[in-house]
Design a protein around this ligand. Structure first.
Ligand code: FE2
Ligand code: FE2
Length: 354
């Protein structure tokens, strides 16, 4: 919709008079967005159509934060710019583990807390924090298997076996690549299940028994497996395309499966995790045989699993396999609860351990 310049100016003045100063308290330079430090009304009237549009549609969150110094005095504005500039420099200097070079890192002027590791060195990961790290329980029983008894179990079991066949053909013994690609799928069920339980909790005005958190923890844990393996194996363009296609199909298929039969959905994931344990065991054999180079563990793995310095890829595969065994138990347990005619909230969720 086209707005005349005088109308835009009146709208701008009105907005600035009535809007919460937190939202319209400054005009700062937004890269490529045409923002200036000039008068507010002129600024908004000249740029109302394109600047507001760009700010609130293309960069909605950045727009709110970047425009938060408009009503400040010149001194305050300079001070804020100094802080933001310093923060940006700091981010660029430290890297931060999330590639935020040149990005304003303060949140409404609040500087991020400085986090250090136990040895006093700076914590460099923004994607997870020290209190989210853990030591994996590698003594977990890797051979546990839920024997398929009911027709539903058998269907879940053979569905997973059928899915394994094309996977074996495609990857063969490239276990690094296989692990990385399969983790892109493995991180989906927890998120879908957690999301659906979340919505159910809202609809029914009731607690979830901790299962939302348990399933979202699983999704995050799987995603961290992916973040680790992508450090040792880089996807090719056709592998990226495959992930794109598989995610589109698998997300929707699992979403529908979970709506129709959560006990079947959890049983399928339980069997998928059994297959994941098998794959990582084969991965370890290849490492031990020298067919795959046992390279040093990626830095992200050392911090996430609290591995000692000098750990290798083999140590990483060991802890990832233990995680998969935990996911296997969680999902078979969830399916067992449903099989008893109960809802998940009837049993406390296994939250906070791996
Ligand atoms: Fe995984
Ligand atoms: Fe898993």
């Amino acid at each position: 919709m086209m707005i005349s310049r005088s109308t835009a100016s009146r709208v701008a003045k009105s907005v600035l008079n009535h809007a919460d100063p937190r939202y319209f308290s400054a005009a700062t330079s937004l890269g490529g967005g045409g923002y200036t430090h000039g008068g507010a009304a002129i600024f908004l009237s000249r740029n109302l159509e394109n600047a507001l549009w760009k700010t609130w549609t293309r960069f909605p969150a950045v727009g709110v934060r970047k425009s938060s110094t408009l009503a400040l005095s010149k001194d305050q504005r300079q001070e804020e710019e100094k802080v933001q500039g310093g923060a940006s420099d700091g981010a660029a200097a430290t890297g931060g583990g999330n590639g935020n070079k040149g990005v304003v890192v303060s949140y409404w002027g609040v500087e991020p807390a400085k986090i250090t590791k136990e040895d006093g060195t700076e914590w460099k990961w923004n994607c997870f924090r020290p209190w989210e790290t853990y030591t994996s329980n590698t003594t977990i029983d890797l051979k546990k298997h839920h024997a398929p008894v009911t027709w539903m179990d058998k269907m879940a079991f053979w569905t997973v076996k059928a899915l394994r066949l094309p996977t074996d053909i495609f990857f063969q013994k490239r276990y690094g690549c296989r692990a990385m690609m399969l983790e892109t799928v493995a991180a989906v069920p927890g998120m879908v299940g957690g999301m659906l339980l979340h919505c159910q909790s809202l609809r029914r005005f009731e607690h979830s028994g901790g299962w939302i958190k348990a399933l979202l923890e699983e999704a995050e844990n799987e995603r961290m497996h992916l973040m680790t393996f992508m450090e040792v194996s880089k996807p090719r363009w056709y592998e990226r395309a495959l992930v794109f296609a598989v995610q589109g199909v698998f997300f929707n298929a699992y979403f529908l499966a979970y709506l129709v039969s959560p006990k079947m959905a959890h049983r399928i994931v339980g069997y998928l995790e059994e297959e994941a344990i098998h794959s990582y065991t084969e991965f370890l054999k290849e490492l031990d045989n020298g067919n795959i180079e046992n390279v040093p563990a990626p830095a992200i793995a050392l911090d996430y699993w609290r591995l000692p310095p000098g750990s290798t890829l083999r140590d990483v595969v060991m802890v990832v396999r233990a995680d998969e065994a935990h996911h296997r138990d969680v999902n078979h347990f969830a399916s067992d609860i449903h099989c008893q005619g109960l809802e998940l909230k009837a049993a406390p969720a296994p939250v906070g351990y791996h």
